[in-house]
Ligand binder design. Structure first.
Ligand code: SAM
Length: 249
């Protein structure tokens, strides 16, 4: 997520997120959760917990190796804080555990986010929805895997922005080419672009890249040239198509 105010992170002090971005995300998640009558919510990558605390569900699970808030102040019925990496969390999760709404916003690298998505799907059901953050980098700097390089190169170029998305956009290409059992739309035009993913047996298509290795080597400009793969659309259409597809008009 992008931001302005300074926060402490695993990468040292970095610009923090715009509160509006968090509000947009929690409103999006609450709209999905409300339409699905969702009872369970999983968030991978929670940071200061702004989104997590605003999402409404009876059972909520937060996963982050280093929460940036006092979890003891927010512990309550149905709330679980797992202070660990997503890999450790999923390794210890009972196979039958399922979530209605899953928000993936952890480490901003292709491999980690792709692995988070693949495992999260195993803990979803036919009517679950998954929201992936950071799938549309705002510029070439934002798409760099190392946040310090992103901010350093951008500052050197005199460009004023603190956005860092990493190379999470490649996950959308992996879903497109290798997961025909999933459908997705990338929400644009209403702030904080994100990709909404759901299970589907209806999506058909041919791969655009030959291999995962080729996807992993994509640049920001490759992404721009193949932007149709992101299946961008506005929020209203993305949510309507998702809910209709999973049987929740
Ligand atoms: C952009 S912040 C999350 C913001 C939060 N989702 C929100 O909307 O308020 C990314 C978070 O991912 C966490 N993170 C980094 N590596 C992780 C991993 N391997 N597993 C889970 N979370 C991770 C970081 O500690 C950081 O707090």
């Amino acid at each position: 997520m992008t931001s302005q105010h300074e926060v402490q992170s695993q990468h040292g002090t970095r610009p923090g997120a715009w509160p509006e971005q968090y509000e947009l995300t929690s409103a999006r998640l609450n709209r999905l959760a409300g339409a699905l009558n969702a009872a369970s919510y999983l968030e991978i990558g929670v940071h200061t917990g702004v989104t997590f605390q605003n999402v409404r569900a009876a059972r909520k699970t937060a996963v982050d190796p280093a929460f940036m808030f006092d979890v003891a102040q927010h512990t309550g019925d149905g709330v679980t804080f797992a202070e660990m990496t997503s890999d450790d969390f999923f390794a210890g999760l009972a196979p039958a555990e399922c979530y209605d709404v899953i928000y993936i916003d952890g480490l901003h690298t292709f491999e980690q986010t792709y692995r988070d998505l693949c495992i999260a799907i195993l803990h979803s059901h036919a009517r679950s929805v998954l929201l992936l953050d950071d799938t549309l980098p705002s510029d070439v700097y934002s798409s760099l895997r190392d946040p310090e390089e992103c901010w350093g190169f951008r500052a050197a170029a005199g460009v004023d922005s603190s956005a860092w998305h990493g190379d999470v956009f490649k996950v959308v290409f992996a879903v497109h080419d290798f997961h025909l059992g999933l459908d997705y739309r990338t929400i644009v035009g209403s702030g904080n672009p994100q990709t909404l993913v759901w299970r589907s047996s209806a999506r058909r298509g041919r791969p655009v890249l030959g291999s995962l290795e080729e996807i992993s080597r994509m640049t920001y400009f490759d992404m721009v040239n193949l932007a149709h793969v992101l299946r961008e659309c506005d929020e209203e259409r993305a949510i309507t198509e998702c809910l209709t597809a999973i049987g929740e008009p």
